[in-house]
Design a protein around this ligand. Sequence first.
Ligand code: BGC
Length: 726
Amino acid sequence: MEKYKDKNESLGSRLEDLMSKMTVKDKINQLNQEMTNRYLIDELIEKAMKGIMGSCILADNPFAGSTEYHTMTVKDLNKIQKEAVEKTRLGIPLIFGNDVIHGARTTFPIPLAQAATWDFELIKEAASIMAREANSAGVHWTFAPMLDISRDPRWGRIIESPGEDPFLGAMYAKASVEGIQGDDMSAKGKLAACAKHYIGYGAAEGGRDYNKSEISDYLLKNIYLTAFKAAVDAGIATVMTSFNEISGQPVTSSEYHIRQLLKQELGFEGFVVSDWCSVQKLMNQGVADNEKDCALLAVKAGIDMDMVDRYYDHIEELLSEGKLEMVHVDDAVRRILRIKFMLGLFDNPYFDESESEDYMRESDLLHAKEIAMHSMILLKNEDNLLPLCKQNKVALVGPIVHEKRILLGSWSAGGRPEDVISLYEGIKAMIGEENILTSANPSWYDSIYRAVKNSDVVVVALGEDENLSGEGRCVSSVELPDYQVKFAKIAKELGKKVVSVVFNGRPVSITELMKYSDAVLYSWQPGVMAGAAVAEILFGGFVPCGRLPVTIVRYTGQIPMYYNTPNNSDNRTGYYRELGEHGNYEDVSDAPLFPFGFGLSYTSFEYSDIVCDKTALSLKEINEGNKLTLKIKIKNIGQYDGYETVQCYIRDIVASMCRPLKELKAFQKIWLEAGKEIEIKFEIGRNELAFYNNQGKFVVEPGKFIIEIAKNCVSVDRKIEINVDD
Ligand code: BGC
C-alpha cells in the first residue's frame, strides 16, 4: 500500500487513539457486516444507533448483484450513517459495500470481454467511471475486481473473470484497482476495491460452482496468485475469500492461505472479508460443528470482517474461553478502521445528496461504446465479407435481434434494459430501417425465410440466455444449441452470405455455427452500447481488434483446454495439438477451435527484422536487473488503419520443475495507419524469466529459453533462443 501510505500523517495516531477507547464489544461490532434493503431501513437505523455493525452490504441475498440494484437512496444511507456517527459513543462511521462489477448504471462489457480488449487504459477508465457512478449512488466499497483465473468455460462465473492467463489477469487487476481507487480513495468518485475470490475459486472441479479446487502450491503461486499479487502491489484496500476448499481446507478457514500467504508473504495491509455466508458454510464443508466453531476458525484464519453471518458475536465468548487471542481481534479491527480512515469516512462520512446519481454522461456512453468495440473478436471473415456495405439489404434474424437485458450480462444490477442499444437499433441507426428485414422468432420459419430470401446479406444474432452464465449458473455443455445454429443454417441453405454475431457470457463452442457462417463476430455481452458497437464494426466504422483472453474449445469434452500447459511425458506437447497430429483423444481433434490470443482484423500486419540485442546473459546480470531487448518492425500491409496486438511468449526449456510450453510475458497493442511501419521493443529480464519453484521461491534458473513473437499463442512469427549462463 506504499502508494496510499498514510497521506494524513496523523492517521496512525488517530487510529491508535480510537483503538484505545474501544471496548472489546466495540471492536467485535466493527467486524460485522449486515445486509440491507429498503424494507430494513428502520431496523438498520436502530442497529447503527446501537453501534452493532461496522459495515452494510447493499444486498439482501447472495444474487442481489445480478438481479436488482439496491433501491436505497443516498438519503436513506445517510440517515443510517448519521446514527452511527452521531448517536454512538465513538462515532465510528459505517462502510457501505456493494457489488458493482462492470458498471453501476453505465454498464460496460462483462469483465471477460473487457479482458479481450488487451487494453488496460480502457479498462482503467471504465473502472473509474463505474466508481464515480457508484459513489454518487451511495457506495464506498465495491466487491470488484474478480480475479479468479478461469480455465473451465462450464463455470458460470467465468464471465466475471479476466480469463485463463495469469499475466493478463495481473494487468487486469492493476488497471481495475487504479481505476476504482485512484491515487486517493477518499477523493469524491473513488471507492475501496476488493480483490475476489481469494483463492482458487475459478478452479472449481468440473466447472461446478462452489465446488472444491485441488491446487498445488506450485500452481497456486505461478497461476492463481499472480493477479492477487498484482492487486496487492497496486494497493488494493480489501480482499474477499472464496467459497471453495483447497486440498481439504476451506479457504475461509485457512490460516495458510490468508494469514501466511496473503498477509505475510504478499504483504497485504488492507482487510479481508468473507464471502456471503462463507463463514457459515464451514459447517456445510464439514470443518465446523456450530456457529461458534465457524467464527473461531474464520478469525484465526485471518478473516477480518464477516459478511452477513453475524457469527462474530461469538468472539467475546471465544476470548473468555481462551480459544482466541485479543491480538487477532485487534489486528482485524485496525485493518478495517485503517481503510475507513483512508476512505476519509471519519472526516466526511456522508454521501453528497445535492448532486446524487451522476449517471450516464455522454462521455461515459462513448467510453462504453469504445471499450465494447475493442472487446469484440472477429473470428472468421471469409472473402473479406466484412465490413458490409451500407447500401445492402440486411436480414437481421435470431433470438438476440431485439434483446436488451441479455446484452448487459450478469452482475449488472444497476444496469437498465431500457438504456441498452439493441442490435436492431444499432443497425437501424447505421443503415436506416428501410434496409432491414427482421425475424427474431425461431419458430417462425416463414418469416425467417422471407427476410432472408429478400436480403443481400444475413446477420444472425445469437447468444446464451442470461440465466446460463453468472453465479451458480454452470452448464455441462458449452456448445451453442442447435436451435440457434438453425438460423445460420437456413440462411446458408438459401444461398446467402451469413454474418453471425454471437453474444455470450462464456467462450461458447461454435463449431457447428462456423460451417454456416462466412463471418463471425464474437461480441460477448457488451453492455449498454451493444448494438451501436456491433454496427460500427459490421459496417467498417471500427476495425475489430479484440483478442481471446481464453481458449474456445471445439467440443465440451476437450475441457480442460488452455494454452500454457507443459509438454507431456510422451512428448506430444500440451493440450493444444494441430489437426492430424496424434492427439490425446481418438475421437476428436485436439486443436482448439480458437486459441488464446486469437483475433482477426480487416487489415493485416507483417512482422519483420526481429532482433535481440544479446543471445545470452549471466544469471548474475539478470538478477541485477539487466535485460535483453527485442526489436520488431510491424507494418500495416492492408487497406485499413487498425490496431495490432503483438504478443511475446516465453518457454523455459529445462528447469527444476515442468514449465509450460509457452507463457504470455509481454504484449503491445499498437495503432498503425495503412501502409505505415513502426518498430516496437520488448524488454526481457528477471520478471519474464523467473517462476516460483518447489520451495515457493521466485527464481530464474540458468539454461535455454525460447522467446516467441506471435500473433496469437499458436501463430508464431519468430522464435529466438537465448541462454542464461550460470
Ligand atoms: C458472491 C460474491 C459477492 C457476494 C455479495 C456472493 O455470493 O460470491 O462475489 O460479492 O455474494 O453479493
